[in-house]
Design a protein around this ligand. Sequence first.
Ligand code: F0G
Length: 450
Amino acid sequence: MPKFTDHAYYECINPDCGSRFDCGQTLFKCPDCGELLDIRYDWDKIPLPAKLEYFAKRWATRDARLDFSGVWRFRELLDFCPDEHKVTIGEGQTILQQNDQLGAELGISPGRLYLQYEGLNPSGSFKDNGMAAAFSHAKMVGIESCACASTGNTSASMAMYAHSCGLKSTVFIGAGRIAFGKLSQAMDYGAHTIQILGDFDDCMRHVQDVCARLKIYLVNSLNPFRIEGQKTIMFRVLEQFGWQVPDWIVVPGGNLGNSSAFGKAFFELKELGLIARIPRMAIVNASGAETLADLFNKKKLRWNKGRVDQEIIDDYYADLTAKDFSPHTCASAIEISRPVNLKKCLRALDICNGVVLTVSDEEIIDSKAQVGKYGLGCEPASAASVAGLKHLLGDGVIGPDETVVCILTGHALKDPDVTVNYHKEKQGQFSNPPVEAPNDLEQIIKLIKS
Ligand code: F0G
């Protein structure tokens, strides 16, 4: 096996195992104990900047492809592969928007609410951050075929990166479980799309077995390189705040890759002395897919220095199986009941003194309409963050003068059906249905004036 780097390696997150492996291998779980793997670095062997401000200089040289990338602009902080293998298609040109109008509706002070638009990525979701990193690793180790299970966005992003790198891609989706905008992307980008008569959790189980049997490269967020790429969402948030740390990050929770990545990003920045404090994090589940909220709030499951109580998880999942439970929410992107990154997410909650909460579908679609009305729009799962913020403000967990960043994970056009139905069927308080007009100028003018 060729050695590509002497300062990055896989490390098992289980403190009683802690096995390390070379990054030249393709691993998704620890071969010794089966736990999740991290990518870790010997920081003293990497030429790190003394201050985060250093990265701003790369704006001046963005004609260079790696400096243009919103992922690789921060390459020293995810230094697992030589530059010649790094894949980019221009991901991470995202906006942190101060939104005082929405803030006023939510009861938050002017200048305190920010929306991080990850839907502005090339495939329309945050996944591109993770795929840029995962496909770089795949190219580095010479992979030819990749696969994922998906609620839609992972498949769109994977298919786009796969065809741009010349890899074959296979998508596993639950039949009837993904929004058409996303399915259309996977098909358009040439993925082999397999619809399974089951939900995302079934797809996730099958894709792991298929990848192991057929030696296909898995690009779900079980892949620790995905997590490395998604750390950069937080680097860009800090960058847009002039490297100041906000008080809160609010993020929807599905397979829990983002929350895991954000916690790791802040832990590493603090460890390196590049930030002075870590923001708090709120993770928002949709009711109907609330495994994390149940385990964290009701069962009091904690990271516990890496010694997570597996029995609590096993009992919870056994109960889901006994009930033949399948998650259901209008936020199909986060319709997941067995999140693969659960333990890394518990670690992130520990690092960020985090909280977890649940919001209803009604709250999600109303919040989505508000993001559309005052901002650039987002898909339903993304709006769970804003719906969650309403609860946190109402309960006094977040104060009106705290600086809050809601992560808007996917573009509004990913799931137009939810938007159209919300407005046309007057499903909520922000519904804005089209008005029918007779084919007559005077009548049209009368309608517009009314
Ligand atoms: N928001 C959107 C728009 C998503 O597509 C997803 C996940 C999430 C939030 C949840 O993020 O897994 O990091 O907690 N979508 C995956 C997919 C599962 O297959 O596209 P997470």
